[in-house]
Design a protein. Sequence first.
Length: 438
Amino acid sequence: MTEKKKLPLEGIRVIDITVVWAGPFATMMLGDMGAEVIMVESIHRLQGIARGVFARPDDAVYEKDTNGGWYSYAGRTPNPYAWNKCAFLNCHGRSKRAMTIDLTRPEGKEIFKELVKDSDIIVENNAPRVFDHLGFTYEAMSAVNPKIIMIRASGFGQTGPYSHWRGYGANMAAFTSDYWQSQYSTDELATRTQAYSMDTTGACGMVMAAIMALARREKTGKGQYIDLAQTQSVLACYGDAFMDYAMNGNVQESMQNRWPSALQGCYRCKGDDQWAYAVVTIFNDKEWEGLRRAMGNPDWMKDEKWADMISRYKNHDEFDKSIEAWTKQHDKYDVMTLLQKEGVPAGPVLCDKDVYADPHVNDRNFFVEMTQKWSGTHRYPGPAWKYSKTPQEFTLPPAGLGEHNEWAYKKVLGKSDEEYDRLVAEKHIGDEYLPHVK
């Protein structure tokens, strides 16, 4: 019989007490790598968007909603159990189990400490001082379990003059210069995307920090405290701009679709839909010659003004008009195929629907089919990486609120049937938000 291959983090238990996007995304990745992730939530309050904006939204609002994204619900019918059906929960809720604890009660605090005693990592990204007010400081948690690794991933970190600030993606993007650095023009700074860099970079930072802390613990036997500021995970991505300012005093202005040392743009292609565009980049003479061949060696490219990259860049506006006259004759996928065949970096502009049907990501089995009790069977985005020796099988679909209470209390914490039934009767735990939670 072939021995079942283990995942990298099998045997590691993670307490997930995270909110919104960054924290839940990080713990999902830890779960994907084999960690036993236990989401700790409460039936007494809706925690920071992680299960949607409202516990019981108005169905009528969503029946005709076509905006998509994180505010949507399976079948556009939120209730009942809206908190288990929203797209936001489903996008980062897999590979976890879910239990509820009322952390405001003394008994709930003791239950949490019991869980910490036999766990390896705590991940939290709540508003500043929430854990301190609950009495869950690193000092208190390490007194319960000296080997515990605790990651606190607030917006601005646990020290410094901004440490008490609350943070969501929009204000953190503004603070980190992410809005400014990624602007297309100053006219549209106030109308930016809701895909915030700090959520994804912060999540990846949490995962890396957890793995490094585990490696250190394996050598020393000791846990540690990790203070991760999500804003700094974004600041680290803009080193070139900060260095240019430090060395030259330059403040980076919008480059729009251009890159300072390349011919680059987003060009209209054949078709009437709003996504009929392709992005093309010419970085050197070799790519220029590839473009020339793909376009059939047009007369305009024979002029001396196109003899080298410097002169080409000086005539970028004219280049944009000339290449778009060509791309408009072709489908966006055809533009990509023609240019890539000649070694020219190019790709179509895709919306989420296009990517979902794209032959490349589907050939690589990026989307993973899972059945979630409340939302049905759908294909979910998978991990960005593939192991050659390690299986990647996701057996836990996005968890419902308190779905694994009985397992957590009886199997993990060793509570008796009588104790468990009492906690349910006292509305300490459950699988539905209490009526006052809207």
